[in-house]
Ligand binder design. Structure first.
Ligand code: PRP
Ligand code: URA
Length: 211
């Protein structure tokens, strides 16, 4: 479907194994966090596949050869709280990335996101922004995060999530069609409380053990 074409469903056996760990009710926070980290690693590799390189001559112990350096300033922006769990997996692939933070919380009745924190590096307009949030449900939180980032000058934004619902993907496509979304699963639908089905429950609570 056209409105889902901005979503890349990243496929890998390791992702399927780790998503299963996340989905299972019996998974405790420590195991949940390590699976999030491994999935984030794979997503970071996939997202950076198209990054530009600069070629420079380097010395090996034996002779000179071509070396390659990433030609991109990356800013990771996790949405608090649950996005924090994705940061270390991304940093292990992109260790020079800067990290900004956006604090948003869904109002449980209206499902509208409320902003409680914002801090990002300057010069967002020259950077590749990777927004991190494990769950794309109604899309309200990521829509708000993308709008804040654009107001602060961001021009090149991609969004990395673990699990997305079609409703959220369609909303982001309608409002920000140029923002590509990378995820490990596109699930079926939302329930009447805005939870993704089959999903994995509340990602923040499962990451930090606040159930
Ligand atoms: C969760 C999740 C997303 C948001 C997704 O956060 O981490 O930010 O819900 O839902 P949406 O697409 O309908 O906006 P939550 O508001 O529960 O905050 P938390 O991370 O602090 O638990
Ligand atoms: N936020 C979550 O943490 N989980 C969902 O299923 C939807 C929103």
């Amino acid at each position: 479907m056209d409105q889902l074409k901005n979503f890349t469903d990243v496929k890998h056996p390791v992702l399927k194994r780790d998503l299963t760990i996340l989905r299972e009710t019996t998974t405790l926070p420590e195991r949940f966090r390590s699976a999030v980290k491994r999935i984030s690693n794979v997503l970071a590799v996939e997202i950076s596949k198209e990054f530009d390189l600069i070629e420079k001559e380097i010395d090996t112990p034996l002779e000179k050869t071509s070396g390659f350096f990433l030609d991109v300033d990356v800013v990771l922006v996790p949405v608090l709280r649950a996005g924090l769990g994705m940061v270390s997996g991304f940093l292990s692939v992109l260790p020079n990335a800067k990290v900004g933070h956006i604090g948003l919380q869904r109002d449980e009745n209206t499902l509208e996101p409320i902003e409680y924190y914002y801090k990002t590096p300057k010069d967002l307009n020259k950077s590749k922004i990777i927004l991190l949030d494990p769950m794309l449900a109604t899309g309200g939180s990521s829509l708000a995060a993308i709008s804040f980032l654009k107001k602060k000058g961001a021009k090149d934004i991609v969004f990395a999530c673990l699990v997305a619902a079609p409703e959220g993907v369609k909303l982001l496509y309608k409002e920000h069609p140029e923002v590509k979304i990378f995820g490990a699963a596109l699930d079926r639908e939302l329930n009447d409380k805005g939870y993704i089905l089959p999903g994995l429950g509340d990602a923040g609570d499962r990451t930090f053990g606040t159930l």
